[in-house]
Design a protein around this ligand. Structure first.
Ligand SMILES: [Zn+2]
Length: 402
């Protein structure tokens, strides 16, 4: 019932089609930040949020300087993050850690945080804290910040994930790493920033998802991957699914020609498990909260039980809180709209009286020309409507024939 224009099914290569009867996601990867160091395309710096099933706390892959804002924009709670896995010690990949740590301090966080990355990360983190907020590296907090060195060639278990590290080619004051993370049985491989190196073949081997840098289209830039590199080695990269990220303006200008899926801020990727008929309505609430636009199709087609209705309105209300649009459609006849409206209204009254959606950008994954499919163009974000009193007008939920 919950269809999301920005989601795609596991293993699929199209992101802009509706998904009916969603499978239960085992792991959800949310691109809070998909940009390069310089804000190309207006994107946030690298920050990928991995959420496992119940019992697993989320972990981050990299934490660029803008990550705290990127997470909060999507309604992802920084206080729940158990660990940050850092590929290399450049500011657009680890510069967000001081903000994340201080946010935990001021929000009275108590859960420990583990920061894992290249050997030397403890010293560089202390230096970053002291550079940005003098005295902050020695402040007493309610939570521990532990650092773990990921030695190239080693495998480490922390915060419920298993992390394997390979040294790559991207000078940054400490060994730069590509990482391979196993979470709840799903494998996410991540190149970080690097020139092409054959170790990436091992990193990607059989992974459920490979997240790869594609900094430029084909211009030879030292220490970075190009789309051309990934295309050349495509047959050696045996991951089930490949997304490219960390794109410069040059690569963004070529994304319609790309042979791989393109990440964008807010993109949610579900790595799915088996479907149980009894829980087919479920799924990670964050799966439905994060995208800018959510289309909920065929409301009223089948009766909603109490658990489904509760989940439905939790999602709608949470989306309202983070300012994302929700569009509701129904195939029920016009005379029945009142009945549906009555259901919505009663649920709204029983929840937080804020069943709404907001106008905002569309956000869709893309397919490249190699798939002979033209992607939709991303629309600019429109400003929120304002009331006469200057407050933000409550967005509306639209019901219309599907
Ligand atoms: Zn970078």
């Amino acid at each position: 019932m919950l269809n999301d224009a920005s989601l795609s099914s596991s293993g699929g290569r199209s992101d802009n089609r509706a998904v009916t009867a969603p499978h239960e996601p085992v792991v959800t990867a949310t691109f809070a930040g998909s940009g390069d160091a310089f804000g190309s395309g207006g994107r946030y710096q690298t920050c990928i949020h991995l959420q496992g099933p119940d019992g697993f706390d989320p972990v981050l892959l990299d934490c660029g300087a803008t990550s705290l804002s990127a997470l909060k924009r999507l309604g992802l709670d920084p206080g729940q993050i158990a660990a940050v896995l850092v590929t290399h010690l450049h500011g657009d990949h680890f510069g967000g850690l001081p903000f994340l740590i201080l946010d935990g301090q001021f929000s009275r966080r108590t859960a420990p945080l583990t920061v894992a990355g290249p050997p030397g990360i403890a010293r560089r983190l202390t230096e970053a804290l002291e550079c940005m907020f003098p005295g902050s590296s020695t402040t007493s907090r309610r939570f521990d910040v532990a650092t773990v060195e990921l030695v190239p060639g080693s495998t480490t278990t922390l915060a419920g994930v298993t992390v394997s590290a390979w040294e790559v080619d991207h000078p940054s004051g400490a060994s730069p790493l590509a990482l391979r993370v196993v979470l709840a049985g799903k494998t996410i491989a991540y190149t970080g920033d690097t020139a092409w190196t054959d170790v990436l073949i091992d990193v990607a081997s059989g992974a459920d998802l490979l997240i790869a840098e594609a900094y430029y289209w084909d211009k030879n830039i030292p220490y970075h991957l190009r789309h051309t590199d990934l295309h050349t080695h495509r047959d050696q990269l045996t991951a089930k699914r490949i997304l490219v990220t960390h794109m410069s303006t040059d690569m963004l200008d070529h994304q319609d020609q790309a042979c791989f899926e393109i990440a964008h801020d807010g993109l949610v990727i579900d790595l799915q498990g088996e479907v149980s008929p009894s829980n087919a309505h479920r799924g990670s609430p964050q799966t439905y909260v994060a995208p800018s636009v959510l289309v909920i199709d065929d409301v009223g087609l089948i009766p909603m039980g109490r658990p489904e209705a509760t989940a439905f309105f939790q999602v709608v209300n949470r989306r309202y809180e983070v300012g994302h649009s929700t569009i509701v459609t129904t195939n029920r006849g016009l005379p029945e709209w009142g009945e549906i409206s009555e259901i919505l209204s009663s649920q709204r009254r029983s929840s937080t009286d804020s069943c709404t959606g907001r106008s905002s950008s569309t956000s869709k994954g893309r397919l490249g020309a190699c798939e002979s499919t033209r992607p939709s163009q991303q629309q600019p974000r429109r400003p929120r409507r304002r009331t006469e009193k200057g407050g933000t007008a409550p967005p509306q939920t639209h019901a219309q024939p599907a």
